[in-house]
Design a protein around this ligand. Structure first.
Ligand code: AMP
Ligand code: MN
Ligand code: MN
Ligand code: MN
Length: 291
């Protein structure tokens, strides 16, 4: 059984529509995928419809922008009710932060000699609710300023580069609670992947586990073999679920093909059980897995 719990569509910064992500997963022989766009459930309905048609199991999820001790942390939320008002309010603030940041990025890029217009970026974003740096990167590629998203990040958009602008993120500790109240389960995404100046250490992961974190995304392309082994040991010590996933972004991210990392069926089942336990305590109506 092949399980990939982290994928993106055009509802955020992936390049395939939600239905196309499901089609590709079915073609590749995957059994289960989670659609986890940034800070939004906008892709869920189309992905669920297609999953039911092609016989793939679809777990609705999100990758939420949070902040722990000043450092950015991506938090995977599986099966939360996105209409739970306190969660919806935070997601709105995050999406507004993404909107508000664009002008500042373009201004800083302009000052550094790179001219991109808001209209060009808007056209690239389409109706995605989560506007991100990858959309800016894609415009830079189209205009021949860089050869791909990676070069755009390395030269212009990553932390410490001329076009980097900090945006709003919810406290990780708050978000873990909101996801649980909304009937879902949280997993910290690529904790030792590309980050700004800081990354959560073992003590920080322990703190989050104490607050109800369900798991750690251990097998991820941004983690070295050595870090994967250390994170696996930490997850074991903290009794956390271990996930593995592709973080697929269509053609937007090199070296992240669907299914390149997968989650063990036992860990997947534990994650579903933890979400079900949260759902049983919740006053919300969390979504169900399709298939
Ligand atoms: P943002 O959501 O605007 O904060 O931008 C972060 C997103 O940019 C991540 O979710 C990745 O999809 C993407 N990203 C970050 N670094 C790179 C990179 N070096 N190459 C390609 N995509 C990247
Ligand atoms: Mn992304
Ligand atoms: Mn991420
Ligand atoms: Mn991601």
């Amino acid at each position: 059984m092949l399980i990939d719990l982290h994928t993106h569509s055009t509802a955020s910064d992936g390049t395939l529509s939600p239905a196309a992500v499901v089609d590709l997963a079915a073609q590749r022989g995957l059994d289960v995928i989670a659609l986890t766009d940034h800070d939004s459930a906008a892709g869920w309905a189309d992905a669920m419809t297609r999953a039911a048609q092609v016989g793939l199991t679809l777990v609705p999820g999100m990758e939420i922008s949070t902040k722990l001790h000043g450092a950015g942390v991506h938090l995977m939320a599986y099966l939360p009710d996105p209409t739970y008002p306190p969660l919806a309010a935070e997601l709105d603030l995050i999406l507004e932060g993404r909107e508000g940041r664009l002008g500042a990025i373009l201004e800083q890029l302009h000052d550094a000699g790179v001219d991109i217009t808001e209209a060009e970026v808007r056209q690239r974003v389409g109706d995605a609710p989560a506007i991100g740096r990858p959309h800016v990167a894609d415009v830079m590629v189209t205009k021949g300023i860089v050869k791909d998203r990676t070069e755009a990040f390395d030269r212009w958009l990553s932390w410490g580069r001329p076009g980097h602008v900090v945006r709003y993120a919810t406290a990780t500790t708050t978000m873990i609670r909101l996801v649980a109240e909304a009937g879902g389960a949280s997993v910290i995404a690529h904790p030792w992947g590309r980050h700004g100046p800081d990354r959560p250490d073992e003590a920080a992961l322990g703190e989050l586990a104490g607050l109800g974190l369900a798991g750690i995304e251990v097998d991820h392309q941004q983690h070295s073999e050595q870090d994967r082994e250390r994170l696996r040991a930490i997850a074991r010590d903290l009794s956390l679920v271990v996930t593995g996933s592709s973080d697929h972004h269509g053609t937007g991210k090199l070296d992240h093909p669907l299914g390149c990392n997968t989650t063990e069926p036992e860990d997947y089942q534990r994650l579903l059980d933890l979400a079900a336990a949260a759902a049983a305590r919740s006053v919300c109506s969390p979504p169900a897995v399709v298939g």
